[in-house]
Design a protein around this ligand. Structure first.
Ligand code: AVI
Length: 340
């Protein structure tokens, strides 16, 4: 057998690690410093987010779920028969079961197409839905709906109901949000529909009652500190994946309401002057990052909407809102819209 040949090939770096390295370099060498919220969702961060959705202060998930339970029958009677369902950013599809179960009561078979960047979440979604809801076929698609065009299958004689729920739309700046909905609309035909979940803003002139700013702030500053752990995990992830030496406990979790932009902003604030090292990687040479005391890394925006703003966003993407469902406290809105 010939001796192994020494090669000068670079060590293999996964596409994800390369993207993490690129985003860390972009965001942490910018002024002000920022990191994109997609970095939250590694395995640990996804688990922490699941915990957030069960917190007493985080009203979003349970309120949207209660709206689905209360209005699923009405949503499907408005839409009529022969639907197939596609979901952007489905994750483990925890809330979607309510809608699928209601639909299987109205048509003999449902094709459900969850789309998500995480193959593990999609596996879990398929396993749970097919095990617990008869007559649903799950056809998952691992894709990044933010950057890639997704394919939505249309069985003969069916219309598509696209789901974009959980107020994920709120984690994008208005122009990006319009782009996501416009790209989704390009996969649909007139007469198809969209169900959009969006968190409502505080102190809204057009809604009585409307939530208070303290209620909103509490959802992002929970007493158990899970949101703080979720936020700091972004630094721990850079340590794990890039060999950085962040000390996450030296950064405080900050969530504040930005009235001008109608958004919650999440930051990590340096508690002292400090320097952090990130070794050289596929994205470039080593970095020594200096943090002044109180300097922040902006890690997320969570936009909050008025019903008028939701209608305008949908209209810009060629959807016409047909019904909006809100809870008695006007915390959250689920809007049904027709593709036009
Ligand atoms: C996923 N997204 C809708 C959440 C939100 O409320 O903006 C992410 C989150 N960030 C902190 N807590 C929850």
């Amino acid at each position: 057998m010939p001796p192994p040949v020494a090669t000068l090939e670079a060590p293999q770096v996964s596409a994800t690690t390369q993207a993490v390295a690129g985003e860390a370099r972009r965001g942490l060498t910018s002024t002000p410093k920022s990191l994109s919220p997609w970095l939250f969702y590694d395995e640990i961060g996804s688990r922490l987010f699941e915990q957030i959705t069960t917190l007493p202060e985080y009203y979003l998930t349970r309120t949207e779920r209660s709206l689905f339970t209360a209005h699923a029958a009405e949503i499907f009677s408005t839409l009529g028969p022969n639907l197939t369902i596609a979901e952007l950013g489905a994750g483990t599809a925890a809330k979607t079961g309510i809608l699928l179960r209601a639909l299987t009561g109205l048509q003999p078979h449902v094709l459900y197409q969850p789309i998500d960047i995480s193959p593990t979440a999609l596996d879990e979604a398929r396993e749970t839905i097919e095990r617990t809801i008869p007559n649903v076929t799950v056809r998952p698609q691992a894709a990044n709906y933010i950057t890639d065009t997704v394919r939505i299958e249309r069985p003969p004689h069916t219309r598509i109901l696209a789901l974009y729920i959980g107020s994920s739309i709120g984690n994008f700046a208005p122009a990006e949000a319009r782009q996501i909905l416009t790209r989704l609309r390009s996969e649909l035909a007139p007469g198809d529909a969209l169900l959009l979940g969006a968190d409502l803003g505080p102190c809204l002139a057009e809604l009585t009652p409307s939530k208070s700013i303290p209620t909103l702030l509490a959802a992002y500053n929970d007493k158990a500190g899970i949101t703080a752990a979720f936020n700091r995990n972004i630094l721990a992830r850079l340590n794990r994946e890039l060999g950085a030496n962040f000390r996450p406990e030296q950064f405080a979790h900050r969530a504040l309401w930005n009235h001008t932009h109608s958004r919650i902003e999440i930051h990590l604030q340096s508690l002292l002057p400090q320097t952090v090292h990130i070794p050289a990687n596929a994205a470039g040479p080593a970095l020594n990052l200096h943090f002044a005391q109180s300097e922040t890394i902006h890690t997320e925006n969570s936009y909050k909407f008025t019903p008028t703003a939701i209608a305008a966003l949908l209209g810009d993407a060629n959807f016409a809102p047909t019904r909006t469902f809100t809870d008695p406290q006007n915390l959250f809105a689920v809007t049904l819209a027709r593709a036009i």
